[in-house]
Design a protein. Structure first.
Length: 308
């Protein structure tokens, strides 16, 4: 994972905080100084926090779980839409629907309505409806697409939440904390960093600052996804290799071996059948001759046999 560049953060204006009178005392450890009534964020601490958050998000991406990005601010909408859609992660850039996490099954029903309408259009049943009814359904479809089109792939609760502005997205943060979902957030000097798990002290109003941080985070997640893909390919290749080695060691399957033994036994029986059989009269002649010789010997007197 590439290290965060100090000069890039400085150029993007990540160090600019809010006015002194709007500050949150909990952000004191991350404030470097005050200049012209504006707090300046310590970028060295920002780099540490960005790398810590990026490393954790990379591991989540590597595990194959989803990270939900929330950015309904005007400055962050287009940035999140462009960068997060490229890594196939869900995001919310319109109004946060209350109960999106705590009442997730109801949200899934709304998402399924879009697929039902699309199925009606494909099958042709949509054309059988009245014109007014079709118009109402299409308006409903457009509204659902606007609010939930970016979370159609979110089939279960996300593994983590990434928020651009903690003050604006406080409902989303509360729902995530209630369900023990870890929250990553860009926290400015007017916010409380203790309400999130991974706080990145930075300017959450400037589009350049938001774009740079989202870009760093998106690259870290993409690295995790790439590593997951490589590991899967390795697992498949090792499984194939093990199965091939096992086949070589064990030899042919049991059925094939049984068939082979049957064919060998049939072949040996065939060879036995092909061997020339002895004639039936030969053993009788031998037996007769031996019997005759025995009788002759028996008929001779004892002296003759001894003389012989």
């Amino acid at each position: 994972m590439p290290r965060t560049n100090f000069d890039e953060l400085l150029e993007a204006g990540v160090h600019f905080g809010h006015l002194k009178r709007k500050w949150n005392p909990a952000m004191a450890p991350y404030i470097f100084m005050e200049r012209n009534g504006i707090h300046i964020i310590d970028l060295h601490k920002t780099i540490v926090k960005i790398e810590e958050a990026a490393s954790a998000l990379k591991q989540i991406g590597k595990s194959g779980r989803k990270i939900l990005f929330v950015a309904t601010k005007k400055q962050a909408k287009d940035i999140v839409d462009e960068k997060i859609s490229a890594i196939n992660m869900p995001y919310v850039t319109e109004r946060w629907p209350g109960g999106m996490l705590t009442n997730f099954p109801t949200i899934r029903k709304s998402v399924k309505k879009m697929s039902i309408i699309d199925k009606m259009e494909q099958e042709g049943t949509f054309n059988n409806l009245a014109k007014r009814e079709r118009l109402q359904i299409m308006r409903q479809r457009a509204k659902l697409e606007k609010n939930f089109g970016s979370i159609t792939d979110l089939n279960r609760l996300p593994a983590a939440l990434f928020v651009v502005d903690v003050m604006k997205e406080y409902i989303a943060v509360r729902e995530a904390k209630r369900l023990n979902i870890p929250v990553f957030a860009i926290v400015d000097t007017n916010s409380d960093p203790n309400i999130v798990d991974f706080a990145i002290p930075a300017n959450d109003d400037a589009s350049k600052s938001i774009s740079l941080i989202i870009d760093i985070v998106a690259k870290a997640i993409q690295e995790g996804l790439d590593e997951r893909k490589v590991e899967k390919e390795k697992d498949v290749s090792t499984k194939d290799k093990k199965s091939a080695d096992k086949k070589e060691k064990t030899g042919p399957p049991k059925r094939a071996r049984a068939r082979k033994s049957e064919s060998e036994s049939e072949g040996s029986a065939g060879e036995q059948d092909r061997r020339p059989r002895p004639r039936r009269n030969q053993p009788e002649e031998k037996a007769g001759s031996s019997a005759g010789e025995g009788k002759e010997d028996a008929g001779k007197p004892a002296d003759e046999s001894a003389a012989d």
